[in-house]
Design a protein around this ligand. Structure first.
Ligand code: PMP
Length: 434
């Protein structure tokens, strides 16, 4: 296998480690192959590092770059609107235009607030749900990622050798040290895709449950679609017991359809969170919801604030991204390319005798080395061969194809048929040597 050289990145990483904790600014960036890499620029489906290596990029910077790197319309809009000012600690016209746009595209987006990232928008949703219902806990699902804040920093990792406990009463482990121990009391965790379990639990606990939060597709572990009737079942349960149904659309938003998973599946949550693909890599997210829920913010009963919220650059980036998505509607193409890539990877793995599970929706999907034909929840994903996956991702990286370390692939509007063929050919080569 051709070995790429990463010496310049390695030396910058050594320098960075002296002043940046661990050399990076987000934990996940440590886990690049073979180590954190320093990039110089990106354009379309390609990104380049300081050693002069070119990569066909399927990470899309963890999802945001739905139009690919450096889309000219986004850059131009950001530049032009930033020249008028950066941040007013006050309102500006494009903020209304963006809110009106989301309102017209996203079924649950009757009212909204803009934030900086997915993590804080999730916390805003919990605060709204607690204020309106007068209840304290939220129900969440094993393996779903809702950001890195204290109360969601549980239930997403399992220390080696530890068990997840029973399905009815899962054991959860902290993902980090330093969490307040009482943050563990804020939620109930269940395996995903098991409606009976949710029904029974809510029947018993509904007096304490303010919200049920779910990724509408479990993108962060296995890229697992909801089973038929599961999301509708959650909707019905929430209606019955005055519980907020929260869709965390940080990944599915603007990716599965222009109106998110809620428009794709035809299930309208009470509150939802959008981020990532909404603004091509600029820091803006949205907590959107039905008027009756968002009213607690409108009335000033729930405080949501932020000095940097809805800056000119981020709002312009979001509007420009959505303009391009609306004009070109790349969704059929992303689905086609994603499906072709999924099939190509399956065939290439079979040719070289690997058991590869490829699962997902097309515009995003996941691979794992497993004999299973499908995975239904987090527990199912745990027996995948992580070592082999690491070798494959590393091998692909050396071949110039960049994929997220845990096996998640994102398709962008800038990927071409040739890109897909290129990736399949490289995968065939790598499968043969791992
Ligand atoms: N929710 C989901 C579903 C996510 O995938 C992420 C980030 N990967 C978040 C929330 C947190 O978003 P952010 O990193 O922007 O805080």
């Amino acid at each position: 296998m051709k070995s790429r050289c990463y010496t310049e990145s390695a030396s910058l990483l050594a320098r960075a480690k002296k002043v940046l904790a661990g050399g990076v600014s987000s934990e996940f960036r440590k886990y690049n192959q073979p180590h954190a890499i320093f990039y110089t620029h990106g354009t379309g489906s390609r990104v380049y590092d300081v050693d002069g290596n070119e990569y066909l990029d399927f990470t899309l910077s963890q999802g945001p770059l739905i139009l690919g790197h450096s889309h000219p319309h986004v850059l131009k809009s950001v530049h032009e609107y930033s020249e008028k000012g950066q941040l007013f600690a006050g309102q500006h016209i494009k903020e209304i235009l963006l809110a009106e746009k989301l309102n017209s595209l996203i079924p649950s987006a009757e009212s909204m607030r803009f934030c900086l990232d997915g993590s804080e928008a999730v916390q805003t949703a919990f605060r709204i749900a607690r204020a309106k219902t007068g209840k304290q806990k939220f129900l969440r699902f094993e393996g779903h990622y809702h950001g890195w804040m204290d109360n969601v920093c549980w239930g997403i990792s399992t220390p080696p050798g530890e068990s997840l406990g029973s399905r009815e009463q899962p054991r959860v482990y902290p993902w980090s040290e330093g969490l307040p121990i009482q943050s563990k009391e804020e939620f109930i965790t269940l395996p995903w895709n098991d409606l009976e379990l949710v029904k029974n639990t809510v029947e018993r606990e509904h007096k304490n449950i303010a919200a049920i939060i779910t990724e509408p597709v479990m993108c962060n572990n296995g890229c697992i679609p909801p089973e038929n009737g599961f999301l509708q079942g959650l909707r019905d349960i929430c209606d019955q017991y005055e519980i907020a149904l929260i869709f965390d659309e940080v990944i599915t938003g603007f990716r599965l359809s222009i109106g998110g998973a809620q428009r794709y599946f035809g299930i309208t949550p009470d509150l939802s969170i959008f981020g990532k693909a909404m603004a091509s890599g600029y820091p803006i997210s949205a907590i959107v919801g039905k008027n009756e829920w968002m009213a607690v913010i409108e009335q000033g009963r729930v405080i949501h604030a932020g000095t940097m919220n809805s800056s000119n650059a981020t709002v312009a980036a979001a509007l420009a991204t959505i303009e391009v998505l609306e004009e070109h509607l790349p969704y059929d193409r992303m689905l086609h390319y994603g499906t072709k890539l999924m099939q190509g990877l399956r065939s290439a793995a079979i040719e070289s005798g690997h058991d590869l599970l490829v699962q997902g929706m097309g515009p995003m999907f996941n691979i794992s080395f497993s004999k299973k034909e499908k995975v239904r929840d987090f527990r199912d994903t745990l027996d995948g061969d992580k070592q082999k996956l690491g070798k494959f991702i590393s091998g692909m990286h050396d071949e110039g194809v960049r994929v997220i370390g845990r096996g998640l692939w994102y398709i962008s509007a800038s990927h071409t048929e040739e890109d897909i063929d290129y990736a399949i050919n490289k995968a065939r080569k790598v499968f043969n040597v791992i």
